[in-house]
Design a protein around this ligand. Structure first.
Ligand SMILES: Nc1ncnc2c1ncn2[C@@H]1O[C@H](COP(=O)(O)OP(=O)(O)OP(=O)(O)O)[C@@H](O)[C@H]1O
Ligand SMILES: [Mg+2]
Length: 366
């Protein structure tokens, strides 16, 4: 599912594998190519190999197999000071004996930027992370979130061509986090910085990135722009991992081009898009987004297949209604509907019929 055309890529992983102990592969056959200026996020559960990939790209770990290229050249052949990579690690290591301002000036000194320019750049970077007043402090005199912001400023202060960030906002509160998400993407796009960003937070990944690589078990499960990832998941892992999803288990009854019929465990048959299924008779996991389910007959497309449902819970959330249903013997089927003036508010115990467009219902691997 990862792209392999890396001929004019700025960053390229080509068939990369990594084992720390010579036995288990923590990265298995990774192919990824990024054009210059792209903001790419690696998203995935703990232990799926995200940090390992960043460390290899930074040149701190070597790939067991395969090759990593930066601007067409194998990373191992580029000396560290010529790599032009800004980094924020998961454990933001600042130089403890230097003040905040000295920490930020350091990457500029190394690059022989004149003093007057240095001061200007340090100030701008500190302002960006809202730490303008803290230039004279030492890292030990800062909170965890403040240290994290300084680490972020230090990675960006010399306007690197490539920035690698590993959970750079993990220690920040929601408001500051959202502010920094905006600042980082803005800066990266306006300076044309190529960014590889790592996070556990799927909302962060969806809102910040040009493309997201969903990792699991040392592999990229899907690499796509946020809307595609959300609306067209290629397998059940991605469907479950990104956003909320309803799943129904069934058996493939028939396949007709792009679409198929699936018989659910209770015998009912539904129409779905044949995304990732085996032949007729095999199991499939069908996945439907809560906001794509309709219960208002007038709002349903003509001829859509419907299922019987019982209302178990109706929650008024202001902008939306969130309703939990019993569908096909399952008690955890959730639908979300917009609080429109003509929208019906359901009541507990009510028997309804729900429907959706077959193109919104994805038959995936079980
Ligand atoms: N230096 C190391 N030596 C041996 N094994 C390691 C080392 N670093 C990581 N691993 C193992 O490699 C696998 C991938 O780890 P990695 O740190 O890349 O995961 P991650 O996706 O960044 O996870 P998290 O979200 O928790 O940071 C894990 O099973 C981990 O235990
Ligand atoms: Mg990690």
């Amino acid at each position: 599912m990862a792209d392999t055309d890396s001929s004019d890529a700025f960053v390229a992983f080509e068939r990369v594998q990594k084992s720390y102990d010579g036995e288990t592969l923590v990265v298995k056959d990774l192919n990824l190519s990024m054009p210059k200026g792209e903001f790419l996020t690696m998203l995935g559960p703990s232990g799926s190999g995200k940090t390992t990939c960043l460390m290899m790209l930074a040149g701190f770990e070597t790939a067991t197999h395969g090759e990593i290229k930066l601007d067409g050249k194998p990373i191992n052949n580029i000396p560290p000071h010529k790599r032009g990579i800004g980094m924020v690690f998961q454990n933001y290591a600042l130089f403890p004996h230097m003040t905040v301002a000295e920490n930020l000036a350091f990457p500029l000194e190394v690059r022989k930027i004149p003093k007057s320019e240095r001061e200007e750049k340090v100030k701008r970077a500190l302002d960006m992370v809202q730490m303008g007043a803290f230039g004279g402090r030492r890292p030990a005199q800062l909170s965890g979130g403040q240290q994290q912001r300084i680490a972020l400023a230090r990675a960006l202060v010399f306007e690197p061509e490539l920035v690698l960030m590993d959970e750079p906002l993990g220690a920040l509160d929601k408001q500051l986090r959202e502010h920094m998400q905006f600042e980082i993407t803005n800066l990266a796009h306006s300076l044309g910085i190529t960014t590889v960003y790592v996070t556990h937070d799927q909302t962060e990944a969806l809102t910040m990135s040009d493309r997201v690589a969903v990792f699991d078990d040392g592999r990229i499960q899907q690499l796509a722009p946020p809307d595609q990832l959300y609306e067209a998941p290629q397998n059940s892992f991605v469907a479950q991992f990104i956003g909320e999803n309803n799943t129904l288990i069934g058996t493939v009854k028939s396949i007709d081009g792009e679409f198929c019929k699936v018989q659910l465990e209770d015998g009912e048959v539904i129409d779905a898009k044949a995304v990732n299924i085996g032949e007729v008779g095999t199991k499939t996991q069908v996945s439907i987004r809560p906001e794509r389910v309709e219960y208002n007959r007038e709002r349903m497309a003509e001829g859509v297949h419907t299922l019987k449902a019982e209302v178990l819970e109706f929650i008024y959330m202001g902008d939306i209604f969130r309703t939990r249903l019993r569908v096909a013997g399952k008690d955890d089927f959730v639908i979300k509907t917009r609080n429109a003036p003509d929208q019906v508010r359901l009541k507990r115990g009510e028997q309804i019929e729900i429907g959706w467009l077959p193109s919104d219902c994805h038959a995936l691997d079980a």
